[in-house]
Design a protein around this ligand. Sequence first.
Ligand code: ATP
Ligand code: MG
Length: 399
Amino acid sequence: MFGFLKKKTKLPVVYKRQEHCISRKNIDPDALKVLYRLSGLGYTAYLVGGGVRDLLMGRKPKDFDVGTSARPNEVKKAFRNCFLIGRRFRLAHVRFGAKVIETATFRQNSQTVGEIIEHAAEGPFEDNTFGTPETDAYRRDFTVNGLFYDIKDFSVIDWVGGMKDLEKKVIRAIGDPNIRFQEDPVRMMRAIKFSSRLGFTIEKRTAAAMKAHHRCILAASQPRVCEEVFRLFPYGHSAEAFRLMYEFGMLGDLVPELAAFIDGDGGSKSATFKYLEVLDDYETIMAEKDFEVSNGLRAAVLMTAMFRAENKDGAGRRIMQYLMNSLKIPKATYFTAVTLMESTKRLAQPPAKGKQRFIYNRDFLDALDYNRIVLRAEKMSENTLDKWADLYEEKGNNE
Ligand code: ATP
Ligand code: MG
């Protein structure tokens, strides 16, 4: 009786050790220590999130996060080097020197679709409450980010179809994308970040939801949006990322002045993207050297086509003001970006005697790199800039 009311129990797809390519030798030894210790104490312990995705793709993960059935205080008890952070949702940071292995208890998102919503209707839940591996998979943003690597038997546990999507190179929201993007609009920027960075396409329904809800990005917390904007730059895919930001309408929501300039400058063929392409080569080289490019330089390159078109004194300030107003970029980023934009005139002249003080400016090295990017994008000679670089080599280092 009432068989139709019975909940369907869903099981994850489990890929055994020999059915996937993750090898422990590619996992950070300290992350392994955390996993083994928790598992040894009888808790469930998984490698989760972007780390699993990157390992499966043969990429080097940026960080290794752990998901566990142990409660934060239990994690703390298990490690001497563990600190609990966060007020609303407590996260355990297990520290190894400067390295942190983020260790989070499985949780659930009260607003997530499907079965979890039924649970949410049962009682007053906080935004985030503890959950099971299943609920923890479903609260994540995209299927390729929802995979678990189980330290107990070295299998990959897939509740959300992430393995198939990894193979198909697809970014697909978990659950109903319309709900997931309204719930947290920053996810739309994350879709663009992963799509451009990994070379994945955004699945049709996910993309349609982004087209429908792009304006919701204005309701997201500004510091988070600002942070995600600058996360579009590392790894050398910013041209593609900002083209998608423009095409989905989010650039128009966030920085209308820039989107309007791009509209009048050939749309997706705007020079804006040419400058970003040259920046991307530079970002790739810097990433190989483990060197982070400054956000001031990134912001300056993003606004360069617009700045060059204006060609008036004080244009740098005015144009960077748009990013200040809309993205609330930090003052220091703003000042560096303005200095870089306004350095172009000066560095286009050879460093004559009495006009060399700029090499002592704290942004001088960024200015050299910025102007090299501009000259390369415009296919102009770098000879004069080389003279400034030589002068810096000679004098700038020793003051
Ligand atoms: P990266 O390589 O840029 O660090 P990542 O996938 O590790 O990529 P993080 O921002 O470090 O991304 O987040 C870790 C994991 O947490 C993600 O893989 C995803 O499962 C989950 N996550 C992060 N942000 C969200 C969000 N806004 N909504 C749902 N899940 C999220
Ligand atoms: Mg990460």
